[in-house]
Design a protein around this ligand. Structure first.
Ligand code: HEM
Length: 544
């Protein structure tokens, strides 16, 4: 039987116990100790107002010299109790008789705890929303965000269990506001064989074979051209420039679209879309979410137009992902239809440039602040150049694979920057019992990899940029309990290897030919996703 939301964890002013919100495990769940709790009557708040539990029962408060309580004041008191009960019920959800739910609060009616979740944090530390609750409740707790009740996991074991039991104990779920901006037919919402099929299709473009044979060369060429163009500019904002560069590569691979030639218009629509992606989902003109939805509309219009043109065009050789997708649509009983195709292209165009450009900008910022790491990275790439017969030949696959310190720099940057701050799932088929708690069937779960990435028990001095910490550790290729920058399990990021390749190629071209001077601080903030609110501005110079 499904467990219920049972024992409250109350806002501090309503908390029993030490008054600062700490509840021992035995007190987290009254029901677990023997049944449901009638919370309001046990609260100090009521005691302060004169309700007493005495051996003879409860005595009402007395007012006035004669100690009589008027009918009016009694109604007010009853009304207040009713309101409190309603508020209490909202904050703590369903009540019932079985199971021990994680502690937590649903926050305010309608808003839940959304505002605090999206509040900006000026450091790379675990954001206050998670930090406060971790201290107060432990690593597994309940909340309500963007209108959804959910259980949050900052616990490595639960995180790993959820991702490893994909499509068995758990399945993909994202808040409806997020699905709205990604599109109802996007790959993230697909399950079972359909998801498997689409994933394999994507891997034909971004999988190991394509990386080695095609993308290795395409990516380094675009990095070289891009960096050369930076020399003419007095000020380069790294996030924007790398985002455009990567978008250029993937838009060509996916839809043969030359965004530079068309004035960068498609990239601009995406940029507007991305800015509102993890924003408060109010769709009225002026809000980031509204701009995000407008950006999506514009991109979809372009994609639809191109798809129609292609479908009506004469038969042609498969040269880009559009061709692959159209071939799929032409098969008898096709799995792919127009909506799936468009949402898939939209997702890939977005996922490929936004995340990787954030990663690259973070890497440049960390290297700027850590000359020793930059020095070792430069030496690694210079050695590769020295071993080459022709110094200006393309980077070979074996050379790429030999870039060990580069790989440490990339992993360390992704660990610290936490580009994908949370992923979501839903408990499927059964209640899940873990660490003394019950996660009822159907519960939505928010997994926060950064809690593990920034845990001092897992990573010594976790806020320090220390690529050397990866030296004797095998590269976490498929993700691990302690490193989830690319997720894990069946849904492991399909572009993880492509992203790493792009970062490594860019770094190779950068440190072997150029040096740079930072023109701005490049402050990083978490919302809870990573952002550079003022960008990261640099000036590039050719090495002499
Ligand atoms: C630094 C760069 C990147 C980071 C940090 C990142 C992070 C992630 C994470 C954490 C997930 C798992 C989401 C979940 O479990 O719900 C994911 C999935 C995904 N990523 Fe990435 N990603 C990056 C680059 C890319 C690139 C370059 C592409 C495009 C080729 C891409 C395409 C996708 C897709 C399509 C999925 C969904 C996979 C599925 O549902 O099977 N990502 N990514």
């Amino acid at each position: 039987m499904a467990a219920r939301w049972i024992r409250p964890s109350l806002p501090p002013f309503l908390l029993p116990g030490d008054g600062v919100g700490r509840l021992g495990p035995s007190r987290r769940c009254g029901a677990a100790a023997g049944g449901d709790v009638d919370p309001p009557s046990s609260l100090p708040w009521f005691h302060r107002r004169g309700w007493h539990h005495g051996s003879g029962g409860m005595e009402p408060p007395r007012r006035g010299s004669g100690g009589e309580v008027s009918f009016g004041s009694r109604s007010v008191t009853l009304g207040a109790i009713l309101l409190l009960r309603l508020a209490f019920k909202w904050m703590n959800g369903r009540t019932g008789e079985e199971g021990m739910l994680p502690p937590g609060s649903r926050g305010l009616p309608l808003l839940g705890e959304t505002l605090e979740f999206f509040a900006a944090s000026p450091t790379l530390e675990l954001v206050p929303f998670f930090k406060r609750r971790l201290e107060r409740f432990g690593p597994i707790f309940r909340t309500n965000i963007v209108g959804e009740d959910m259980i949050v996991s900052l616990d490595p074991d639960l995180n790993a269990r959820v991702l490893q039991q994909e499509e068995r104990g758990f399945q993909i779920w994202y808040p409806s506001s997020f699905m709205r901006v990604l599109g109802a037919n996007n790959m993230v919402s697909m399950l079972g064989p359909l998801h498997h099929h689409i994933r394999n299709l994507v891997l034909r473009l971004f999988g190991p074979e394509a990386l080695r044979l095609v993308l290795l060369h395409d990516v380094q060429r675009s990095a070289r051209d891009e960096l050369r163009s930076w020399l003419d500019r007095p000020d380069v904002e790294v996030r924007t420039a790398t985002s455009r560069m990567i978008f250029g590569v993937t838009a060509k691979k996916l839809i043969s679209h030359d965004d530079v030639a068309s004035g960068g218009s498609l990239w601009k629509c995406f940029d507007a879309w991305t800015k509102g992606l993890l924003s408060f989902p109010i769709c009225v003109p002026g809000t980031a979410f509204y701009k995000c939805m407008q950006g999506r509309k514009n991109v979809m219009k372009v994609l639809k137009q191109q798809l129609d043109e292609r479908r009506n065009a004469a038969e042609r050789k498969t040269v880009d992902f559009f061709d692959l997708v159209i071939n799929e649509m032409k098969k008898p009983n096709p799995i792919m239809n127009e909506n799936i195709a468009l949402d898939l292209l939209f997702l890939l165009l977005f996922a490929s440039h936004e995340t990787t450009s954030m990663g690259l900008t973070a890497i440049l910022k960390f290297l700027t602040d850590n000359p020793k790491a930059l020095q070792e990275l430069t030496e690694e790439h210079q050695k590769i150049m020295e071993r080459r017969v022709e110094s200006d030949s393309d980077i070979a696959w074996e050379e790429y694979k030999s870039m060990k310190f580069t790989s440490h720099v990339i992993h360390e940057s992704l660990r610290l920057a936490n580009i994908a701050p949370v992923v979501f799932r839903q408990a499927k088929n059964q209640d899940i019992h873990i660490k003394g708690y019950t996660i009822p069937e159907g519960s939505k779960i928010m997994i926060c990899p950064s809690a593990v990435h920034l845990n001092s028990k897992v990573y010594e001095d976790p806020l320090a940029f220390n690529p050397w910490r990866w030296k004797d550790t095998p590269e976490p290729v498929g993700g691990s309990k302690d490193f989830m920058a690319f997720g894990g399990g069946l849904r492991l990021c399909v572009g993880a290897e492509f992203a790493k390749l792009q970062m490594a190629m860019f770094l190779h071209c950068l440190v072997t030919n150029y040096r740079w001077k930072a023109l701005s601080k490049g402050t990083m903030m978490l919302y809870p996703g990573l952002r550079f609110p003022d960008g990261f501005h640099i000036q590039l110079h050719k090495k002499t």
